[in-house]
Design a protein around this ligand. Sequence first.
Ligand code: GDP
Ligand code: MG
Length: 310
Amino acid sequence: MELAQALIAGNRRALARSISIAETGGTAARELLSAIYAHTGRAHIVGITGSPGAGKSTLVNALALHWRRTHQTVGIIAVDPTSPFTGGAILGDRIRMQPLGGDTGIFIRSMASRGRLGGIAHATSDAIDLLDAAGFDIILVETVGAGQSEVEIASAAHTTMVIEVPGMGDDVQAIKAGILEIADIFVVNKADRDGADATVRQLRAMLHLGGPPRDGWEPPIVPAVAMRDEGIANVAAAVERHRHHLMSTGQKMYRERARAKREFELLVQETALEQVRAQLAEQGWEALLTRLAAREIDPYTAARTLLTRD
Ligand SMILES: Nc1nc2c(ncn2[C@@H]2O[C@H](COP(=O)(O)OP(=O)(O)O)[C@@H](O)[C@H]2O)c(=O)[nH]1
Ligand SMILES: [Mg+2]
């Protein structure tokens, strides 16, 4: 497959086109992803999540520049399901990330879900594979902390970084238990503001309330001022330590397996649905939906019948 070959050879236009194909989904996407799969599994994938305005894009920018200085290539995916139509946030991120432009060792892409099954998480996962096959050493995935999506994206990452900012005050409950579950590293960004020390202390207390460290890893809490490039080397070092931890304890393999499972199950669902719909054609599918709505048949029987028929 020509496109796949160009992508693997490092052609940036081929990469951009491939990600668009993955966003759309369907047969073309599957053929492409199938052709590149053997070339994936090399990159270290870092998910970055936190509330809007916490400084994720600024941090991503600073980290990418840091890693470029150490001669590593960086692929960046910005996921923002909150503004698929206006493109406002996406454009904002593009502009903010501009200092990175012009360097082929960095590739930046904003993701939009084009109504795929599994939505943006699925398309993002495919984009990660494409960047991986294109040879990027580190893949950064920025996602807004909006509940389910961050958890899904965390399961696609090797290292998940959660960004907090000072000023949580009494609002410790604002840090949801879910966040504690997924965070491998905490960054207290905007440490130039009052209360950064208190935020670090609160996070530490919350982590200790959660009992002994999971899998032998105590998430470090790293203060940073992303805007001024302060603490970025410490954040990068924490990522490096976590990566090493995953390798040396065998958890890397475990995470890879969990990711493969999730992706595979989603793929089987997607493929089965497409096959069934193709079998019935558009008319048959619409007729079936009408009969379901009229309670003429039940969905359980209908699904079983469709999937077991040769
Ligand atoms: N005071 C301060 N502001 C910051 C810092 N990092 C980022 N910002 C600002 O916070 C705002 C939101 O940053 P952005 O990276 O877009 O946040 P995102 O929504 O999490 O991606 C921008 O105006 C940044 O300039 C920091 O370390 N200190
Ligand atoms: Mg952002």
